[in-house]
Design a protein around this ligand. Structure first.
Ligand SMILES: Cc1cn([C@H]2C[C@H](O)[C@@H](COP(=O)(O)OP(=O)(O)O[C@H]3O[C@H](C)C(=O)[C@H](O)[C@H]3O)O2)c(=O)[nH]c1=O
Length: 186
């Protein structure tokens, strides 16, 4: 039976999720989400929203986005086409890894996904043209609770593999993290 293999990462609560397809001469059947298997990684809420991101050009940079409490959410980010450099940034108040980030190479070929707990900002850079992501969220989109951090903020020193390509005006115009930012109280 197709299943998901979870690997805890250095930033507490962050997991790599490895999809194990079941292949045969017709093709493959792959599990993308399983509440029972993901419960051990803290996914205990129903899926509130599933989103699809299509990125036409290699180098496109989206993020770093999060929803403020009480709309802070868990996300499962899966790459279904092409490849992306996927980054999760710890913004949790009091976290031993506060302002640290983790990057994961997600691709349709490697079948990896990133499970991101509440209190993290998320962003990615497309490493191929036509890179597509599927997002599962535990909270619905709450525009009034949307917040972000500039993906090129020197204080965060996030490493992006490619020169910066397309960015939304919103993302490009995001302010640097305030010096007195104490983190998200969840
Ligand atoms: C997130 C979201 C957006 N929208 C609307 C709002 C805009 O009119 C349009 C594009 O939104 P945005 O430019 O915020 O899309 P991205 O830049 O891809 O943002 C996403 O990518 C980053 C990396 C993430 O981690 C978030 O899941 C999400 O913020 O879709 C919706 O209707 N529902 C939604 O859930």
């Amino acid at each position: 039976m197709s299943r998901l293999v979870l690997t805890p990462l250095l930033l507490a609560g962050l997991f790599r999720v490895q999809r194990l397809p079941r292949e045969d001469d017709r093709g493959a059947f792959t599990r993308l989400f399983c509440a029972q298997e993901l419960a051990s990684a803290g996914w205990t809420a129903p899926v509130a929203q599933i989103n699809h991101s299509r990125n036409a050009q290699r180098g496109c940079l989206r993020g770093m986005h999060y929803q403020r409490p009480p709309h802070a959410e868990m996300k499962l980010v899966s790459c279904l086409r092409g490849a992306v450099w996927d980054v999760a940034l710890d913004l949790r108040h009091g976290s031993s890894s506060f302002l640290q980030w983790h990057a994961e190479f997600l691709s349709a070929d490697n079948g990896r996904a990133l499970l991101i707990p509440p209190g993290f900002a998320h962003g990615f850079q497309a490493l191929t043209d036509d890179a597509e992501l599927l997002y599962c969220h535990t909270c619905a989109h709450a525009p009034a609770a949307q917040a972000g951090v500039h993906p090129l903020d020197p204080r965060l020193a996030i490493v992006w593999p490619l020169p910066t390509g397309q960015m939304s005006e919103h993302d490009a115009g995001q302010a640097a993290l305030p010096a007195d930012f104490e983190g998200l109280r969840l």
